[in-house]
Design a protein around this ligand. Structure first.
Ligand code: AMP
Length: 140
């Protein structure tokens, strides 16, 4: 399937749609998931167009993991979770709903099951406050 340059993450990357930005560098962007499965649920994207892992070039793969680690450390400091789950889906049959490669960084809290995937919008003001806190920790 050809990359759809109008997918929502491509539009966010072009600045045509808003996001709660957490971190950005020349190769990657990280922002809060608007339907978080737990508090602090963050998405990390390469800026280069790639629908999924199969299409991701090595340079973008390395950049995304570098940013993922950096953001994970900030999430640990900001939210004090008991653990962190990293998820990544390839293809609709694997659960992918937005067709621009992304890592999910999902903080985990003891005794708290994950909320449903991609359902239930979070409060915008709360996300804005959380993103600001993470940007401060990341110097971003
Ligand atoms: P996936 O199923 O891996 O493709 O996940 C897509 C994720 O993007 C879901 O967790 C959605 O909650 C999230 N999402 C969809 N639209 C937006 C948006 N505009 N801003 C932030 N997160 C989004």
């Amino acid at each position: 399937m050809a990359y759809d340059s109008n997918n929502i993450f491509a539009r966010i990357l072009r600045g045509e749609a808003p996001c709660h930005r957490v971190y950005e560098d020349t190769a990657t962007l990280a922002f809060l998931d608007v339907m978080p499965q737990s508090d602090g649920h963050t998405l990390v994207l390469p800026k280069a167009a790639a629908e999924n892992l199969f299409e991701l070039d090595d340079e973008a793969a390395a950049a995304v993991m570098r940013t993922g680690k950096r953001v994970a450390l900030a999430l640990r400091e900001a939210f004090r979770p008991d653990g962190l789950t990293v998820m990544q889906f390839n293809g609709a049959d694997a659960g992918q709903t937005v067709f621009h490669f992304h890592l999910h960084l999902v903080p985990r809290y003891a005794g708290q099951p994950l909320r449903s995937h991609g359902r239930g919008m979070a409060d915008g003001a709360l996300l804005a406050e959380q993103a600001a806190r993470l940007r401060t920790l990341l110097g971003s």
